[in-house]
Design a protein around this ligand. Structure first.
Ligand code: 5GP
Length: 191
């Protein structure tokens, strides 16, 4: 059986990766399975443990790091996030296509482990647009907002390293652009 594809969705923080991810996961042509990350961030009201994330304590996260159970991990806004290795490997071996969503720094370590992974970098239509989005989306104090903006600027400097960059000024267009690449890769896999 052919192995499944590993698709990485990344990009500047607060650029709308989550919405694009949802559109991709709901697309029946792509048959994508979501890699559920582990995080120490508290669960938001609308989130479900084991579906959106595995919500764990610092101790449990540190244990997973120690046992080398994560493909990559990072600290973001004071919390830890990581991609469980077993889950991705298991799905791939079963021939399933796996979608991993990570912030920009998470891509390198995954590609080191899985060079065949296909990474997409989502860009905002402009920096001004992203700043507006961050200020509207997060009801944070000014210092946190400017931290988020500088993190997004730093993330965007990584964009030239990606073969597949997608500007998110229209969710449906971004979805279709990514879908075309994935379908072409799926076709190659079948041949
Ligand atoms: P949020 O707290 O808003 O759900 O996610 C914060 C950021 O962490 C987002 O940019 C999201 O893509 C990223 N993220 C989620 N899971 C992982 C992961 O397993 N690894 C890394 N590196 N980033 C992640």
């Amino acid at each position: 059986m052919a192995k499944g594809l590993v698709i990485i969705l990344s990009g500047a923080s607060s650029v709308g990766k989550g919405t694009i991810r949802k559109a991709l996961l709901e697309d029946p042509d792509l048959k994508l399975f979501y890699s559920i990350s582990m995080t120490t961030r508290p669960k938001r009201e609308e989130e479900v443990d084991g579906k959106d994330y595995y919500f764990v304590t610092h101790k449990e996260f540190a244990e997973a790091v120690k046992k080398k159970e994560l493909l990559e991990y990072t600290e973001f806004n004071g919390y830890y996030y990581g991609t469980p290795k077993n889950q991705v490997e298991f799905l791939c071996e079963m021939g399933k296509n796996v979608l991993i969503e990570v912030e920009a720094q998470g891509v390198g370590p995954i590609k080191l482990n899985m060079p065949e992974a296909i990474a997409f970098f989502i860009m905002p239509s402009s920096l001004e647009e992203l700043e507006k989005q961050i200020s509207e989306l997060y009801k944070d104090d000014d210092a946190t907002i400017s931290r988020r903006i500088s993190k997004a600027k730093m993330d965007m400097e990584l964009a030239p390293l990606f073969k597949n960059t997608v500007v998110n000024n229209d969710i449906e267009k971004a979805h279709q652009q990514i879908k075309e690449v994935i379908l072409a890769e799926m076709k190659k896999q079948e041949d």
